[in-house]
Design a protein around this ligand. Structure first.
Ligand code: XBP
Ligand code: MG
Length: 259
């Protein structure tokens, strides 16, 4: 018997909002300048650095890859943590200024799920403060409470593409993978969701359009809005180019067991 769709599990960066190129990347550069470092992550360089999820991990990866000429500090953990805290503060300021809107269809689909009793959760690599800031800025403080579980950042030892964060969220929801759908934007994200056995819909963005989405139930350019239809990039797509809860429920029923 096919399990009904009981929860949507949302990724954050690139899915709820297009946060990387003009958000996180800019916040990292502002933090480097604030710390007196002459590092600058261009849009192009950042594309390569997104191979590593997690801001702290990304800074370490940059140091290994680009080995900037600087005197390595005694306590590297503290150095990286301080830089990341500066970056997170800068990103929080951008969110509070309303500079990072939700992607098309996100608010509409969240409201459809809420009014249909389909539960909501978040599974993200980004820091918890960024999730709350994004929801608060775009939907108001109460929206944080729409999500039964917010699995974010360091709450699990291994970040995406490891499935840990999705296992953490399934446990918090007390649901099986077959009762859920994940909405993701990246190769790392679908790898994590499918690693946890969860059917996944992908909405790509500028940095992820050419990544590997093997096993996705659908690959779209966004969730669509009436008058702003989505484009189907792989697999099947919704009628009229708008991803509705009803379409996700039908897709989930057809894709059951593909997880
Ligand atoms: C994307 C990430 C995050 C952000 C930066 O997360 O990999 O690391 O790039 O945020 P997801 P932090 O797509 O899983 O939402 O600096 O807070 O890690
Ligand atoms: Mg993402």
């Amino acid at each position: 018997m096919t399990q009904s769709l009981n929860a949507l599990i949302w990724d954050v960066d690139g899915t709820l909002a297009d946060t990387e190129r003009d958000g996180h990347r800019v916040a990292f550069n502002e933090a480097f300048a604030e710390a007196g470092l002459d590092w600058h992550w261009s849009e192009e360089r950042y594309a390569g650095l997104l191979a590593v999820t997690g801001g702290k991990e990304r800074i370490r990866y940059f140091l290994q890859q680009d080995a900037p000429t600087f005197e390595p500090p005694e306590d590297m953990d503290a150095f990286v943590a301080d830089l990341h805290a500066r970056k997170t503060a800068r990103f929080a300021a951008m969110l509070a200024e309303g500079r990072i809107p939700l992607r098309p269809g996100v608010e509409r689909l969240l409201q459809e799920a809420r009014s249909s009793g389909v539960r909501l959760a978040i599974a993200t690599t980004t820091s918890p403060a960024n999730v709350e800031g994004l929801l608060r800025a775009n939907l108001g403080e109460a929206a944080i409470g729409w999500f039964q579980v917010i699995g974010a950042g360091d709450v699990v030892p291994d970040k995406k593409p490891a499935p840990d964060i999705y296992h953490h969220v399934l446990e918090g929801l007390d649901l099986s993978p077959a009762e859920c759908l994940a909405i993701e934007d990246s190769g790392h994200g679908i790898a994590a969701a499918r690693g946890a056995g969860i059917g996944t819909v992908v909405t790509v963005n500028g940095y992820t359009a050419d990544e590997d989405f093997t096993g996705a139930l659908a690959v779209l350019d966004h969730l669509g809005e009436p008058g702003q239809p989505c484009r189907v990039l792989r697999g099947e797509g919704p009628d009229q180019g708008t991803v509705t809860l009803a379409w996700l429920q039908a897709l989930h029923a057809r894709g059951a067991g593909q997880g």
